[in-house]
Design a binder for this molecule. Structure first.
Ligand SMILES: Nc1nc2c(ncn2[C@@H]2O[C@H](COP(=O)(O)OP(=O)(O)OP(=O)(O)O)[C@@H](O)[C@H]2O)c(=O)[nH]1
Ligand SMILES: [Mg+2]
Length: 442
């Protein structure tokens, strides 16, 4: 079967790119194009036609032909660079769909093929998706690192270390009569412990990789009427929340997605905190407190014109908060002082709000700076790493003199979990490693 899809965005645009991959790619290319002989791995200028009607679809277009295995999917693959009008794109796709054994690709199917043909590993396949969906600079940088195979290489190295240790242990089990020096097993143990420590370090990362991918959670919290919804609207540059001088306007949590200088942020506006007047407001306040607890960073908004701040609000201020002392347009001097980060601003007049965004960025980057090169970007990876750790723990707890076979099984499972991250699970590899490191057939 051959698959095809529009790989660029929908028209109208200057150029649209359609991809076709599968065993009949070249014959389809010959059928629908008029031009010189199609050269591989080169850009071919041609006309595209509807072979049934002899109608020209695009009079001036480009064809790129990549024979397998040196293509993105690992199968024969062609790219058609055509003029990006909706009419040309639709006609082109219709012509491809009427060719024998050609069908529209499913989402991600080209990348799936690349994985199945061993062109890329699972982490890279996932990160290609991340790269396409990256919206902020930080997300782009993270996805580029992953696409470049930084994390895959690291996971693979850890896995190789475990496999090597396992091969020594297997040798001890299978070839007990062989004179395996005690030192070798000790070294294997030491190496396993190092892997354990390295994985722990990756896991204890404050979830920064996932946060960069999904967005940092920042909540706006405070008493009623202090300007929380006004702040959400100002930062999102639209009227996402209702603003009014009536106290208790916001009841639900309103969330928006923001790009603060490269930092992906999910900003939440919440109900004002006070003695609730009814059940609905009570629920709203409880949601607000939950958002506060979940957040990576909280902005506590305080009305500088009010003389008293409630005890509840004061109790929410800590090193993970920024205090926004609002309405500086009414009273020119701050009426309250705090030990923690404070910005004296006017949301209404957009005064000193740039100081606030700078502080948000600074605090996030300080709290979530990673000193480890490898970041976990998905829960799937975290689960696998945790499972791997559990198995290594089980291995280390066993009496190696009595239960070596059972211990080896724990280690086998541990390597399998690590392999699962990049999509490698292979028993043969363990055998291969044994024969590589020992001259057993001597
Ligand atoms: N003078 C002045 N008024 C402001 C400022 N920021 C907000 N306001 C006004 O304060 C009132 C309340 O603003 P909101 O943004 O609705 O306040 P809130 O904190 O979301 O209020 P609740 O949803 O009721 O908890 C509105 O009339 C705003 O126009 C400011 O910087 N200066
Ligand atoms: Mg509000």
């Amino acid at each position: 079967m051959n698959i095809f899809a529009l790989s660029s965005g929908r028209g109208p645009c200057g150029i649209a790119i359609i991809r076709l991959s599968g065993p009949d790619t070249l014959s389809v290319c010959k059928l629908i194009s008029i031009g010189n002989k199609i050269k591989e791995n080169e850009v071919n200028l041609c006309k595209f036609v509807d072979p049934d009607k002899g109608v020209i679809i695009d009079p001036e277009a480009l064809l790129l032909w990549f024979p397998k295995p040196n293509s993105f999917t690992g199968d024969d693959l062609a790219e058609f660079h055509i003029h990006g009008s909706n009419a040309i794109i639709s006609y082109f796709l219709k012509v491809l769909s009427s060719q024998k054994n050609c069908r529209l690709a499913e989402p991600g199917e080209f990348t799936k093929l690349a994985f199945q043909n061993n062109k890329i590993d699972l982490v890279k396949a996932e990160s290609i998706g991340d790269l396409i969906h990256s919206e902020t600079e930080l997300q782009r940088q993270q996805a580029v690192n992953l696409v470049n195979g930084h994390a895959s290489k690291y996971y693979d190295e850890l896995r190789s270390k475990l496999i090597k240790s396992l091969s020594f242990i297997e040798a001890k089990i299978d070839f007990a009569e062989e004179d395996l020096p005690e030192k070798v097993l000790k070294e294997a143990h030491k190496s396993i412990k190092v892997v354990h420590k390295d994985i722990k370090k990756i896991i204890n990362d404050n979830k920064i990789g996932e946060k960069i991918r999904n967005g940092f959670r920042v909540s706006i919290i405070g008493e009623t009427n202090v300007g929380k919804s006004s702040l959400l609207n100002l930062l999102s540059k639209r009227d996402a929340a209702i603003v009014s001088d009536e106290a208790g306007t916001t009841r639900d949590v309103i969330e928006i997605y923001l790009n603060i200088d490269g930092y992906p942020v999910i900003l939440a506006d919440t109900a004002g905190i006070r003695e609730a007047k009814n059940d609905v407001e009570k629920k709203g306040i409880s949601l607000a407190i939950n958002k506060y607890k979940e957040a990576d960073l909280n902005i506590v908004v305080i009305d500088n014109t009010s003389s008293k701040i409630s005890k509840k609000i004061l109790s929410l201020i800590n090193q993970d908060t920024i205090v926004l002392l609002n309405k500086s347009d009414i009273s020119e001097k701050p009426n309250h002082k705090f030990n923690n980060d404070t910005v004296f601003a006017s949301i209404k007049c957009n005064k000193n709000i740039d100081q606030l965004t700078q502080k948000i960025k600074d605090k996030l980057s300080k709290k979530y700076s990673s000193n480890n090169g490898v970041l976990i970007t998905r829960e799937r990876h975290r689960v696998k790493l945790n499972e791997c750790l559990k198995e290594i723990d089980k291995f280390l707890e066993k009496d190696q003199d009595k239960d070596l076979e059972l211990a080896a099984e724990d280690l086998r499972m541990a390597t399998r979990h690590l392999g699962g991250i990049i999509g490698k699970v292979d028993v043969e590899e363990i055998l291969g490693s044994i024969f590589k490191d020992f001259c057993i057939g001597k």
